[in-house]
Design a protein around this ligand. Structure first.
Ligand code: XIL
Length: 335
């Protein structure tokens, strides 16, 4: 096992974080968290569906356990997230009679939710992903046609930031999204952030999820994105880093009969080279980047094993299924 943690190697650069569930607060994954990282994010526990299952009931147990673990082990906590179009609770967009809520009702629910969650963790969560993935996938469109958008128009975004700022004026508030280095998406994320800044909405940073692959992003794409977001005077963080061994989109599918999903030496080599490049760029941008968070601890548990369909093993992280450092780990810490 490595003697030093990622947090130690990167002490002069930025905090290095990890997203986890409650199950990882014990056993070998917990040991690795304590040894390697100085920031933690609940992978699911603070999302609206899990934490606010009914209008008049919150489920704090899992999120509290992660925050308590963080406090006991001196990890900072990034909250994720306050508003998303996925993992929403069933009651959220509906009246008691099953009809759709009005904009007024939905904004009131959003206010009450954000206020309750942010105040509970005030002083313990230093940064929040306030709005997650509000930009459309289709490059011809701007905002995603989510239920939030259908009911509220574009107003819900600014409101979410205002409610969060009101609940905890000291918290750093982020807009978080994926594919933020692809030029067409980058321009639209930039446009949204620029609009929010111009309207004096309390947004302090942009989270680049960093669900990357062996092919994407290229070094020039990554640098162009960091430059463009930094030009807005925002903090930039990599919030959900993993490097899939399968290409995105074209190859999101189950395993075919007889097909291998083994982690070959060639894949390990390519992945190590990709991680090495990413962290070299991150170090170059140390005045812009205020955090890099991995989307889980080891290849034993990754959302990519089951997203979008189960059946093909992925190996996206720096530690293998036995919590041992991979070639990619050694490339990341050698500089
Ligand atoms: C994922 C979790 O990792 C999974 O466990 C869950 O089933 C679905 O959500 N973008 C995000 C994260 O912002 O919240 C998602 O997390 C991954 C994609």
């Amino acid at each position: 096992a490595p003697k030093k943690g990622l947090k130690d190697y990167y002490k002069a650069y930025f905090p290095v974080g990890v997203a986890v569930g409650r199950a990882q607060l014990q056993g070998p994954e917990a040991e690795l968290i304590k040894q390697q990282f100085n920031s933690i994010t609940p992978e699911n526990a603070m999302k609206m569906g899990p934490i606010h299952p009914e209008e008049d009931r919150y489920f704090w147990t899992d999120a509290d356990a992660i925050v308590n673990f963080a406090q006991a082990n001196k990890l900072r906590v990034r909250g994720h997230n306050l508003l998303w179009h996925e993992q929403t609770p069933k009651w959220l967009f509906k009246n008691a009679d099953g009809s759709r809520v009005s904009k007024e009702v939905l904004l009131k629910r959003l206010h009450d939710h954000i206020s309750a969650v942010v105040k509970r963790y005030q002083g313990k969560v230093y940064a929040w992903d306030v709005v997650n993935e509000a930009i459309a996938d289709n490059p011809q469109e701007f905002l995603r046609n989510s239920e939030w958008y259908q009911i509220c128009g574009d107003e819900f975004i600014a409101k979410a930031f205002e409610y969060a700022h009101e609940a905890d004026p000291k918290a750093q508030l982020f807009y978080n999204d994926y594919n933020t280095e692809r030029p067409e998406k980058r321009e639209r994320v930039y446009k949204l952030l620029k609009q929010l800044k111009d309207a004096k909405v309390p947004v302090h940073g942009v989270g680049l999820q960093g669900h990357w692959s062996l092919q994407e992003p290229t070094e020039p794409e990554l640098r162009a994105a960091l430059d463009q977001y930094a030009s807005l005077g925002l903090k930039v963080q990599i919030t959900e880093l993993d490097v899939s061994i399968y290409p995105w989109e074209k190859d999101r599918r189950a395993k075919r009969p007889g097909e291998s999903d083994a982690y070959t030496p060639e894949l390990a080599r390519q992945q190590a080279a990709q991680y090495k490049m990413f962290f070299r760029v991150f170090r170059d941008y140390k005045s812009v980047l205020t955090g890099v968070t991995f989307w889980n601890v080891s290849d034993k548990y990754s959302w990519l094993d089951t997203y979008p369909v189960a059946g093909r093993k992925n190996y996206p992280l720096l530690f293998d299924q036995n919590q041992q450092p991979k070639q990619a780990f050694w490339e990341v810490v050698q500089f």
